[in-house]
Ligand binder design. Structure first.
Ligand code: AMP
Ligand code: ZN
Length: 437
């Protein structure tokens, strides 16, 4: 097999050179980080007061971890390390409205990010002859614009279709001879079921490939999508704190995701002890961003579980591979690709005074899509036999939740005391989705 590289020199950089490059970038990023009060204090505590205090990559291990909590505390500008006039874009993590985690970019940051996404796309065999339908949310979420830029850089014809409206999606695919898709794995499965429902013939489409990410899925799910849609599916991993997509991606061997180590320093640590784990063992992925000046991020705890591969890849890329993400170390749910913390739901429902004290968040599969149901008890002042105010309350809860997390939930109201109360730590989340990762 002949492998094509977008940025051959960097993608195949020999290990010692790659590490020398990482050290240079790390120093540069530390010099930006030192401009923020947060990192000035953190780095100072680790004996790093100037970029030159970083003498080797090992020195990074002295830096304390950064968490999503730290980012929220720093909202809105706490992690901005350049004058605001130089910032050209911001993105925020999906599904959050209250205190989002915001990342800033200058022009060069966008260019570097674009290069990483272009490598991912080109490495799967795409080129300028392809027509690319980007079926993921545009906006604050990084998936839309991230892939859009990468696709344009490769020279593909990019159709910014966004999510939803399957009939329109099929029309675009047919009208423009779309060859490549980007979507969440659940949307790809949904698309297939809608194809049958709407009588769209696979032969009428020119689809060859899809990039699927933003949520965990198993090897079996990938195979199922590939067989049903008769396409090649590539796993795409990223997170807004590390720019978004373009952090790690499968090459044509589809065996692990190459993590671009000239852009990110990865570590896998034990989620409890936070000590490094030997290669091959599953632990929490910690990332340091080397490719962004406007919002430095050192040793960020992704909460995603993965492991390093120990063998180099036959494609010739020197960047280490990680296993597909197998889960998370916190309670964050990913519902149809949108990140939701149970606490976000709690916050909005508990602010409604007619709502009782007990609630339960249920996530299940309905067909191929995720379905969120929020069950709450009503307060003692509500009569369960009076349908009209009950329906009005239900609707109010539904709308408030949707406004906060962007997902439209099903709402169930129960009598006080009707929902199960567990002893000790309350079980607020019931995730009934099959786990086949
Ligand atoms: P966001 O910051 O909104 O882009 O969400 C990033 C999170 O989405 C990651 O930390 C992962 O938990 C999840 N995610 C993104 N891509 C993948 C993937 N390919 N497989 C599993 N989880 C993913
Ligand atoms: Zn490879």
């Amino acid at each position: 097999m002949i492998y094509q590289y977008w940025d051959e020199k960097m993608e195949t950089l020999p290990r010692p050179e790659l590490e020398a490059y990482q050290l240079r970038q790390l120093k540069a990023v530390v010099s930006y980080a030192l401009k923020t009060p947060f990192y000035r204090e953190r780095l100072g505590g680790a004996g790093i007061r100037r970029a030159d205090d970083v003498k080797s990559l090992e020195d990074l291990k002295r830096v304390p971890f950064t968490t999503k909590h730290d980012l929220r505390d720093g909202f809105p500008y706490g992690f901005l390390s350049i004058p605001q006039e130089e910032v050209v874009r911001l993105h925020a993590s999906s599904g959050t409205t209250g205190a989002p985690t915001t990342i800033y970019f200058n022009k060069e940051d966008i260019a570097r990010w674009t290069n990483f996404v272009a490598r991912c796309i080109y490495g799967t065999g795409c080129n300028r002859a392809d027509v690319f339908q980007n079926m993921i949310s545009y906006g604050l979420f990084t998936g839309g614009l991230g892939f859009h830029q990468g696709g344009e850089a490769v020279g593909m014809l990019v159709i910014p279709s966004g999510t939803g409206n399957t009939s329109r999606q099929f029309r675009l695919m047919r009208d423009f001879g779309v060859t490549v898709l980007h979507a969440t794995p659940s949307f790809l499965l949904y698309l297939e079921s809608m194809m049958r429902e709407e009588g769209v013939l696979r032969e009428s489409l020119k689809l060859k490939k899809a990039f699927a990410g933003a949520e965990p899925y198993s090897e079996d799910t990938r195979r199922r999508i590939e067989e049903l849609l008769k396409i090649d599916v590539y796993n795409s991993y990223g997170l807004s704190e590390m720019n978004g997509p373009g952090v790690a991606f499968e090459c044509q061997r589809k065996d692990g995701l190459h993590l671009w180590e000239d852009g990110y320093i990865p570590e896998i640590v034990d989620p409890d002890s936070l000590e490094p784990l030997p290669d091959g063992e599953i632990g929490e992925l910690v990332l340091t961003c080397l490719c962004r000046e406007a919002s430095p991020m050192l040793r960020y705890r992704t909460r995603d579980l993965s492991a390093f591969y120990t063998e180099p890849c036959a494609c010739g890329r020197t960047h280490r591979r990680i296993r597909r993400i197998t889960g998370r170390t916190d309670d964050m749910l990913i519902i149809n690709g949108v990140n939701v913390f149970p606490s976000q739901i709690e916050e909005v429902i508990m602010a409604i005074k007619e709502v009782g004290n007990n609630y339960l968040i249920v996530v299940e599969k309905e067909g191929v899509l995720d379905r969120l149901t929020v069950k709450t008890e009503v307060g003692p002042s509500i009569f369960m036999d009076d349908a009209r105010p009950l329906n009005a309350l239900k609707e109010r809860i539904r709308k408030t939740i949707q406004a906060s997390i962007t997902i439209n939930p099903r709402v169930e109201l129960h009598q006080p005391g009707a929902l199960p109360v567990s002893e000790g730590k309350a079980k607020r989340v019931q995730d009934d989705r099959p786990r086949d990762v």
